[in-house]
Write a protein of this length. Structure first.
Length: 538
């Protein structure tokens, strides 16, 4: 049997003094063979990304490897100097990062960023390099390679940017590819395409792949082997079928039980329930460019007729660019519709200005996808929560009392109000954003991809929390998501959007089990891990 491409042996990485534990990674061993995919899974803080950074030689300076070996084709990377690591990156090992928009240089054309690798690591002439880059763009199934070559990252979709990252990672045919959460923010169809692309390229080139993810649907679709990490410890390792189908460790079983099933969990909303919010033939057209660059119109919402009933959770699903988030922002009046009407409790609100618009904003609140960017890093979370009530005229003592009650409601200690956002985990920050939205006692809560970046266990807690809050406060929720499992878990009804239009809607069970539209069936069939039981008894 041939030696593994990557062998991690008894690795230990220490944390700086004052951290909640001594080591980020402790006594971790695993290997990845040529042509195989090993997934590292676990919650935030489990050490997954630390291991990837250690392998790539990108470990932050305040973290140190204190024991173990990291062998790439037998060479110990922990003993390699900066110049050697620089030579190995690209040629022998490469990495696809989670967020391509931050990993790519915004002021360089995409073709130039890929060409940079060839220029640094080969003696190819410029014309040869350009031909090779165009060939690689075609290889990762990007349309019109010449246009993509000349484009800047912001001119491409999320899925296209991720394909650029894959092209950069694979253009020198490395022996090892590390993929760190490369599909987290992508819709199900784009996610399926990216996973299929990585799998096809990996098989074609015999690349060893270390794939980091918290999405067990992705693990079921792509992994040969799985290693489960908990607070830096390797608690379980084995084939994907064994770990996902018959988990041995309680922690692994807990993670798998938190994975939502792709079946309806909530009853359909009664047709007798009063309508909380309604849209009538809402359209939104964005105009880009100008008299110098040419005018271009993008239709983001087209003839949208929608009803959200009191105390229900309405899910809105669809691919990136389908109009989900645009519709959410129109409902929240963060942007104005180009035409059409919006009603809240039967009253028109689409063209409110001044004091009436201010009153509307108290009734409709939003929880955004990224809680860290939603909170002011220079203000305590308590100040963030009381800001809304104070702006709407509440007395300071009453606002702080309400903030303490909300912290208990979202299962956080009241004394944490004096802390800053960076002192909380991602799941805790999302709870704080929910508390902030509820502080003004809204009638409608709009959650825009509010759990997409969270671990499955934290995601399950947030979904359970939203259920509990809805039942206690009779809250109406509009839930935008690209994760059909999450939609099945929390929604009473579902709306499917494509190219700015609603193509199908109805009770979750009806839409998911008997979809009428080809597009809806494509979304369901693309859901990662579709049909896998994840350790549950069939």
């Amino acid at each position: 049997m041939s030696a593994p491409v990557l062998a991690v042996e008894k690795l230990e990485v220490s944390l700086p003094a004052g951290a909640d534990r001594a080591r980020a990674v402790e006594n971790v061993s695993f290997s990845v063979n040529a042509g195989e995919v090993r997934c590292l899974v676990g919650e935030s803080g489990s050490g997954k990304s630390i291991i990837a950074q250690t392998v790539m030689g990108l470990l932050p300076r305040n973290l140190k490897t204190t024991a173990g070996h990291v062998l790439l084709n037998g060479e110990n990377l922990l003993q390699a100097g900066p110049e050697r690591l620089r030579r190995l990156r690209g040629e022998k090992l490469a990495m696809i990062f989670q967020e391509p928009m931050t990993a790519l240089n915004p002021i360089m054309r995409c073709g130039a960023q890929i060409d940079e690798l060839l220029a640094q690591h080969t003696s190819m002439a410029p014309a040869q390099r350009r031909a090779r880059v165009l060939q690689m763009l075609e290889h990762v199934r990007l349309p019109d390679p010449a246009r993509i070559h000349a484009a800047y990252p912001h001119q491409l979709s999320g899925g296209q940017r991720q394909r650029i990252m894959i092209a950069m990672a694979l253009i020198l045919k490395p022996a090892l590819l590390i993929a760190d959460e490369p599909t987290t923010a992508l819709d199900v169809t784009t996610q399926a395409e990216i996973l299929g692309l990585i799998r096809d390229l990996q098989r074609e080139h015999g690349t060893a792949v270390l794939f980091i993810t918290h999405d067990f649907g992705v693990v079921a679709d792509i992994a040969d082997d799985v290693s489960v990490l908990c607070l830096g410890d390797l608690v379980e390792s084995g084939s994907a079928r064994d770990v996902l189908g018959s988990p041995r460790h309680p922690y692994t079983r807990m993670l798998l039980q938190a994975v939502p099933e792709l079946v309806s969990r909530k009853p359909a909303t009664s047709s007798d329930a009063p309508v909380a919010m309604r849209t009538r033939r809402v359209n939104k057209v964005f105009v880009t460019g100008g008299w110098l660059g040419g005018r271009r119109e993008v239709v983001a919402a087209q003839d949208v007729d929608l009803e959200v009933r009191r105390a229900e959770t309405l899910g809105i699903v669809g691919e990136s660019g389908s109009g989900k988030s645009t519709l959410a922002r129109i409902l929240a009046r963060l942007i104005d519709p180009s035409s059409g009407d919006i009603e809240l409790d039967g009253a028109p609100v689409a063209r409110l200005r001044g004091a009436p618009a201010r009153a509307f904003r108290r009734k409709v609140q939003v929880v955004f996808q990224d809680p860290y960017r939603s909170l002011n890093p220079r203000r305590t979370v308590g100040a963030a929560i009381v800001e809304g009530p104070l702006n709407f005229g509440a007395a300071r003592e009453e606002a702080w009392r309400r903030a303490q009650e909300l912290m208990q409601l979202v299962r956080l200690p009241a004394h944490a109000l004096q802390r800053y956002p960076h002192e909380f985990s991602g799941g805790q920050r999302q709870r704080i954003c929910i508390a902030r939205a509820l502080a003004v006692q809204p009638e409608v809560l709009i959650a825009d991809e509010a759990v997409s970046a969270l671990d499955v266990s934290v995601q399950a807690q947030i979904l359970e929390l939203l259920d509990e809050i809805q039942q206690r406060l009779r809250l109406t929720i509009v839930f935008i998501t690209h994760d059909l499992r999450v939609a099945a878990r929390i929604c009473n009804r579902i709306v499917v959007m494509q190219h700015g239009r609603i193509v199908e809607q109805g009770p979750v069970a009806q839409v998911f089990e008997q979809p009428r539209e080809v597009y809806t069936r494509a979304l369901i069939n693309a859901a990662p891990g579709k049909g896998f039981a994840f350790g549950r008894t069939a």
